[in-house]
Design a protein around this ligand. Structure first.
Ligand code: ADP
Ligand code: ZN
Length: 209
């Protein structure tokens, strides 16, 4: 073969809730384990749906993950021999994670990033646009629209309150296609500025430190 294969890249798995991002991340990480690679999986500490030290999919597949509150913690916890770094729910991570992923990929590490590409107001979510721009490989997944059964690319918030941080599953969100999606009254930006006034709260960025 004349193809010169060099290691180190960024892969993004994105899409709405229920599109199978966690399942796909788990599938890729399992294969890396089978290939006897050194793998570390990180997730934001705030996402404690189902299990705080695991990535859990809505179909209840599971995988161990290290909960972190800031990109600095990933740096501190990195195994010097790591070959694959996986990040789940990356939309809740801070900007330092993007720079860290670039450094790791430059050093030869395979970085796999899973996260929501749009928030519930259908706006680009946190650091995900930066990751999408920088990634070598992007898998954009769809769920099934709960209204019409078409391919769904948006997450519809289905309840009107529940606290500022609402990292939820089936009881608070459902997958919708472009046509069945109804835009929330308050935008995510307005909610962040005045959460008290907001009828449809939005998970804020993680606090520093
Ligand atoms: P994500 O990480 O993108 O939220 P998960 O990997 O956690 O997705 O869950 C995907 C699983 O969710 C599917 O395999 C299916 O069992 C379940 N599911 C529930 N609602 C839907 C839906 N509307 N469309 C597709 N899958 C759904
Ligand atoms: Zn639809």
């Amino acid at each position: 073969m004349f193809v010169h294969q060099r290691n180190g890249s960024i892969e993004v798995i994105c899409g709405p809730m229920f599109s199978g991002k966690s399942e796909e991340l788990i599938r890729r990480v399992k294969r890396a384990f089978i290939a006897r690679q050194t793998v570390q999986v990180f997730k934001p500490a705030m996402d404690d749906r189902y299990d705080s030290h695991a990535v859990a999919s809505h179909s209840l597949q599971k995988m161990d993950a290290i909960p972190i509150r800031h990109s600095r913690e990933i740096r501190d916890l990195l195994d010097p021999a790591v070959e694959v770094v996986a990040l789940d729910e990356a939309q809740f991570m801070d900007e330092g994670v993007v720079d860290l992923a670039e450094e790791l990929a430059d050093r030869g590490v395979r970085v796999i990033v899973a996260g929501l590409d749009q928030d519930f107001a259908a706006a680009p979510f946190g650091i995900m646009p930066a990751f999408l721009a920088k990634a070598e490989f992007v898998s954009k997944l769809q769920a099934i629209c709960m209204v019409c059964g078409a391919a769904a690319n948006r997450s519809q918030r289905t309840i009107r309150s529940g606290g500022l941080v609402l990292v939820g599953a089936a009881e608070a969100y459902e997958a919708r296609c472009r046509h069945c999606y109804e835009k929330p009254v308050a935008t995510a930006k307005a909610l962040l500025q005045d959460p008290e006034e907001a009828s449809m709260p939005f998970p804020p960025k993680l606090a520093e430190g």
